[in-house]
Design a protein around this ligand. Structure first.
Ligand code: GP9
Ligand code: MN
Length: 689
């Protein structure tokens, strides 16, 4: 029987044997590392269990490639150093995978640099962390039981062998110069080869995927989980660090003092305009009301009031627009960030980015979003969307915007699946139950999903007879819009039954167009040919419907507006001043309709009289100017006067978003008040937090 005191010696002998063996079979430690880490990645992939994502041949090749990229440099080290480096890498990568796993189970996303910079998001894991840890996760670290004691032994052995240099890698026993150089050359050559192989297997393959099945994924960046599907977990973190560094350190320059002052002056003018409207009787007319704001997926304005074969497509909204302030000349202003852009525009009243999404690229910058402002004013704030919480980086961005709670897919029972997720009828029903339990006053922001492209509805929910459009994208779109309309009808009934209809401002707007690009389908449905202006209006106009508790201001409002006017409109009605907030929009419900310019991300704009479409060469005079009433092109001179205003709005917004100028404005204001000087008229009230 082995005595207790003999055990350490046996263990030590075993370790010594292993070390000798690894030293003799050069590089076999790296081979083990690859096998172990590959198995862990396979296990990780199995544990996160993303639907439709299995580690196939492609993923394995990319995973080996990324492992080669994180290990190539270890060949520069002597055997013992390399073994320790590999063990450290093993512990580090396993730890990252484990952290990602826990985070994924809660947020359906992976930990990214912005998440790490925003500690309060991880905080929200809080009490539930215990339920997120499963016994089988232990396999991700099972090898630590052996490798950690082995690492300790190797370090200890290294120290005691230092004088003897028994492995001949420490250069302490003056080996021949030529043999040292030979070893260095071999190590550099091996590491260079591993690096080259790693690059080909990982980045080479990812680049191929980017040209084919992952086309546009790295530009859109809409979901980290989709990126993971292409890069693997190690590659994802490499890409995430690259993405962050490029955006925040390489591509970004600090805004100069002049640029900051210019942006401040620009937004102050907007604030002054809003302040002037605070003397209007509409300001504060609905002080203290709850607010429910619904962003409707791909809901275009041309659906309102339309019928097909004698059937109303949106009977519930048609009824609602008669009882509400309905804006018939209201535009979405989204760009590549689609749904997330609509959300940002409507809640934070700034323009979206030219490329990418603010939600993904600048989720930690400061904004004066409506959510945060309402929270500061005592509102309970919540967002509701029955899809993966990590999509469009909502988990991170919503925490920054000031939502107390974000109810995502995991908070819903998927009892009526439609398209991507839960059908809107059940989504509204389950959301209303949560809303009704909230502390008043509340702000609830809901995002629908059932009318998402390609609009495939279950047979039972296709209740319209779309005639010759049957089987076309347009036919499917009409079916889905009809279904969403019915869901909204039930939601309104539910709010009435719950006693919320009369003390809540309930507003709806469409997020963006339906992505159907076959104009013959629109023409068939509308029964007329469409010129460029009509197409643009169909594409860009979404409904904006504001139901006030007493039904006041009901009817069709023809003054123009855009998504960035949503926040100023609602805060104005609630009597919350936005004079010192960095917002671009203006209230749309005032006793006298205000004139304004609605600016699109591509530089197009309208004031309700003319519609300007820029030309591709960015020469203002080469753009096209339309007279809306005449539905015909007019002299470009009629539009040129506003081209610079539109461009200024876009560039000022970009400065603010990209250079985090709201943070600078606040810092300047704090400094000014600390100096006892006159505080600059900027928001000191936080970044929507
Ligand atoms: C998913 C939904 C869809 O959460 O917001 O986004 P989209 O594809 O319309 O931008
Ligand atoms: Mn959308």
């Amino acid at each position: 029987m082995l005595s207790y005191t003999n055990q350490p010696n046996a263990a030590r002998r075993m370790m010594r044997f292993t070390l000798d063996w690894l030293n003799r079979l050069k590089g076999v430690d790296v081979f083990f590392f690859f096998v172990v880490m590959l198995l862990k990645q396979l296990w990780f992939n199995r544990l996160i269990h993303v639907p439709n994502m299995d580690m196939n041949g492609y993923d394995t090749v990319v995973a080996i490639g990324t492992l080669a990229l994180v290990t190539f440099w270890t060949f520069w080290l002597p055997t013992r150093g390399r073994i320790i480096a590999l063990i450290v890498l093993d512990i580090l990568l396993s730890f990252i995978m484990y952290a990602d796993l826990i985070y994924y189970r809660y947020f359906q996303d992976f930990i990214s640099v912005p998440v790490l910079l925003q500690a309060n998001q991880v905080d929200s894991l809080g009490e539930s962390i215990g339920t997120l840890m499963h016994a089988k996760d232990f396999l991700l670290a099972i090898d630590w039981l052996l490798v950690i004691p082995f690492a300790v032994y190797v370090i200890w052995k290294g120290r005691s062998d230092l004088r003897r240099d028994s492995y001949g890698y420490g250069y302490s026993s003056s080996p021949r110069k030529s043999s040292v150089w030979r070893k260095i050359t071999i190590r550099v050559a091996v590491s260079a080869a591993i690096f080259a192989i790693g690059m080909t297997m990982s980045i080479g393959n990812v680049n191929e995927a980017k040209k084919t099945w992952a086309l546009g994924l790295f530009d859109g960046n809409w979901w980290n989980v989709s990126l993971y599907n292409v890069t693997g977990i190690v590659g994802f973190h490499g890409y995430d660090i690259y993405r962050y560094a490029k955006l925040h350190w390489v591509d970004s320059e600090q805004a100069s003092a002049e640029e900051t002052a210019e942006a401040l002056a620009f937004t102050e003018t907007r604030g002054d305009n809003r302040q002037a409207l605070e003397s209007d009787p509409t300001f504060g007319e609905y002080k203290g009301s709850n607010v429910i704001l619904v962003q409707m997926e791909a809901f275009q304005n041309f659906m309102i009031g339309k019928s097909i074969g004698g059937q109303e497509i949106t009977p519930n909204l048609n009824k609602l627009v008669k009882e509400s302030a309905y804006f018939s000349q209201f535009y979405h202003q989204t760009a590549q960030g689609r749904t997330s852009d609509a959300d940002f525009l409507s809640n934070c009243s700034l323009q979206p980015l030219m490329s990418g999404s603010v939600f993904i690229q600048y989720p930690n910058h400061q904004y004066n979003c409506m959510t945060g402002t309402l929270k500061e004013n005592g509102y309970t704030t919540a967002a509701f969307h029955a899809y993966e919480g990590g999509f469009w980086n909502r988990n991170t961005m919503y925490a920054n915007m000031g939502y107390d709670t974000f109810y995502s897919k995991k908070n819903y029972t998927i009892d009526e699946p439609v398209g991507w997720s839960l059908g809107d009828t059940s989504f509204f029903r389950q959301s209303a139950d949560i809303i009704a339990k909230q502390q008043e006053p509340f702000y609830s922001f809901l995002i629908t999903l059932s009318s998402h492209y390609p609009f495939t509805m279950p047979e039972a929910d296709q209740t319209l007879d779309v005639g010759e459009l049957d089987g076309t994208l347009m036919g499917d779109y009409l079916q889905s819009i009809h279904y969403v309309d019915a869901s909204i009808g039930s939601f309104i009934d539910d709010l009435k039954a719950k006693g919320l209809w009369n003390n809540t401002i309930v507003a709806f707007y469409g997020d963006h167009d339906n992505s159907i690009r076959d104009w013959s389908l629109f023409e068939k449905f509308l029964g007329q040919p469409l010129n460029d202006l009509q197409r643009e209006m169909i594409l860009k106009q979404v409904p904006f419907i504001v139901h006030l508790p007493d039904g006041k201001y009901a009817g069709t409002h023809t003054n123009v507006g855009g998504q960035l006017d949503v926040t100023p409109t609602l805060l104005h009605l609630l009597g919350i001043s936005t004079a010192d907030k960095t917002l671009l929009g203006q209230p749309l419900i005032t006793s006298q309709p205000q004139s304004k310019l609605v600016v699109q991300r591509n530089g197009a704009f309208t004031d309700g009289t003319v519609y300007y479409m820029p030309s591709g060469d960015a020469v203002a005079e080469n753009g096209k100017c339309w007279n809306i009433a005449a539905n015909a092109p007019t002299d470009v001179q009629s539009c040129l006067g506003s081209v610079d205003d539109a461009r200024a709005e876009l560039s000022m917004s970009d400065q603010i978003v990209q250079h985090d100028l709201i943070a600078s404005f606040r810092a300047a204001a704090v400094e000014a008040s600390a100096d006892g000087g006159e505080a600059t008229a900027v928001s000191t009230s936080g970044a929507g937090k």
